[in-house]
Ligand binder design. Structure first.
Ligand SMILES: Cc1ncc(COP(=O)(O)O)c(C=O)c1O
Length: 486
């Protein structure tokens, strides 16, 4: 093991049940090859997301017991407010029950139709909330951030020259704010450097546009800065976070990631007028400003989690574990986005499709005399045991290519590229359906620990659904307290 051992002891366990190959095949078929529709109870190793899946610490659980559920003025809110102010440095702290609500409240308040929001790459809920206001979400990540194979320490950086140009072209009056997502989830969990934040800030100041962060994985980003950015090694992760946020005017946060809780989020900002308007909307859609859609106990767990996530031993373990998984996949020839992201390993889907297609061809060679032909061979492999090709409706084939249709993900730049390439490949005469060619990769996502090896391989060929391009792979049983990343 090349990453540090867990800096925690596990004292609660949740029993899991083994699911037979036949049952898994049936469940996947019943779910129409959509992994989001498979009941979680029947998944032995669930690598879907880190979002809200953290196991809470003993102190967080103890925090639940001191929850003050008063309608107004709960002591947990004041604790939460103090914590967020200390870490993020912003004046007005508005709790919400998820990150997307924080986005919705902010954008409903500050955007109007025709506006644009520049970002390195918008996460899909962020993009959807921008577009819901009739505004345009513009992705301005550096060029390296769009190439899965290029090694770069800060592939999440926003290109300041592109930003400057876009603000000039569209007019400052149509840019109510600029955002930076740390780490850049939709670009492969890639970090943003402090130097880049400074340069973006300069551009924003020149045009008098506020800068906000999508802060979901702020601790992870700060850890990368400490590890990779010249001159930052002697600062603590907390100091780096504080410095980064000091260049901004506010942030939205899903605490289901680096807040280490199962539910929670917030908007934090300095502008008192925006804060008033957001708070009024909060009362309308979430709740009173001292609980914002959460219970007092949730606020307490969030305050504790936000401090605990800054533990550098924990971050070294969590990020190291992801790097280890990425290294193993890379060694095994699975095409991944490089460098390995902070919270997940991302498949380079178009390349994975090419690799699995080559493997499929080789597997098909001995069957060339089979009148069903090569393409047919692939179709057979796409099916569950005992299922005939003509039993798989075309609608399901679509679901297999895109097992988890999510808001606007088609317009995601990396995904768009992947899709263009995939479409091109699909036009080639001998092309097998995507679900077949990415089945091997899907198996990595789904293979249950303890399953007999051959069964696992067979399962992979026969029943594994294709991954959505860039769907992250997470290490099994992962992260602190099992959390694994989205
Ligand atoms: C970068 C980023 N922003 C925003 C969100 C939305 O947060 P939530 O799921 O709490 O609404 C997510 C969730 O995965 C995310 O990764």
């Amino acid at each position: 093991m090349r990453f540090p051992a867990e800096p925690f002891r596990i004292k609660v366990v949740e029993p899991l049940r083994r699911v037979s190959l036949e049952e898994r095949a049936r469940l996947i078929r019943e779910a129409g090859l959509n992994i989001f529709a498979v009941p979680a109870d029947s998944i032995y190793v669930d690598l879907l997301t880190d979002s809200g899946t953290s196991a809470m610490s003993d102190r967080q659980w103890a925090g639940l017991m001191v929850g003050d559920e008063s309608y107004a003025g709960s002591r947990n809110f004041f604790h939460f407010e103090k914590t967020v102010r200390e870490i993020f440095g912003y004046r007005h702290i508005i709790p919400t029950h998820q990150g997307r609500v924080a986005e919705n409240l902010l954008f409903s308040t500050v955007l109007k139709p025709g506006d644009i929001v520049p970002n390195n790459i918008h996460f899909d809920t962020t993009r959807a909330n921008v577009e819901h206001q009739g505004a345009e979400a513009v992705d301005l990540v550096i060029d390296e951030g769009l190439d899965p194979g290029i090694q770069h320490p800060f592939k999440g950086n926003l290109d300041p020259a592109k930003l400057d140009r876009v603000i000039h072209e569209r007019g400052r009056e149509h840019v109510p704010l600029v955002m930076i997502t740390v780490t850049n989830n939709s670009g492969g969990g890639q970090p943003v450097s402090l130097a880049n934040v400074r340069r973006v800030r300069e551009v924003c100041e020149r045009h008098r546009v506020p800068l906000f962060f999508d802060a979901c994985r702020f601790a992870e980003n700060s850890w990368f800065v400490q590890q990779r950015e010249a001159g930052q090694q002697n600062k603590s992760v907390a100091e780096i976070a504080r410095e980064m946020f000091a260049h901004g005017d506010g942030c939205t946060m899903s605490a289901k990631k680096d807040g280490l809780v199962n539910i929670g989020g917030f908007v934090a900002l300095n502008n008192p007028d925006w804060a008033d308007r957001i708070t009024n909307l909060l009362i309308l859609v979430e709740g009173f400003p001292t609980y914002g859609g959460l219970a007092g106990r949730d606020l307490e767990a969030m305050s504790i989690g936000l401090r605990e996530v800054l533990d550098e031993d924990y971050l070294a373990f969590r990020i190291g574990q992801v790097a280890e998984l990425g290294g193993l996949l890379d060694k095994a020839g699975v095409p991944i986005v490089k460098p390995v992201g902070g919270h997940a390993v991302y498949l380079d889907a178009p390349a994975a499709i090419r690799v699995s297609r080559a493997v499929a061809r080789r597997l098909a060679l001995p069957r060339l005399r089979d009148p069903r032909g090569r393409g047919r061979e692939s179709h057979v492999r796409a099916q569950g045991p005992g299922e005939r090709r003509d039993e798989v409706p075309e609608a399901r084939a679509g679901a297999a290519r895109d097992p988890a249709p999510r808001v606007h993900h088609a317009s995601h730049p990396l995904r768009r590229r992947g899709r263009d390439r995939a479409v091109q490949e699909a036009r080639e005469p001998e092309g097998a359906p995507h679900r077949v060619r990415s089945a091997g990769a899907a198996a990595l996502h789904r293979a249950p620990r303890g399953t007999e090896r051959r069964g696992r391989a067979r399962d992979a060929r026969n029943t594994g659904p294709a991954l959505t391009p860039n769907r992250p792979l997470r290490p099994a049983g992962s992260c602190r307290r099992n959390a694994c990343p989205r």
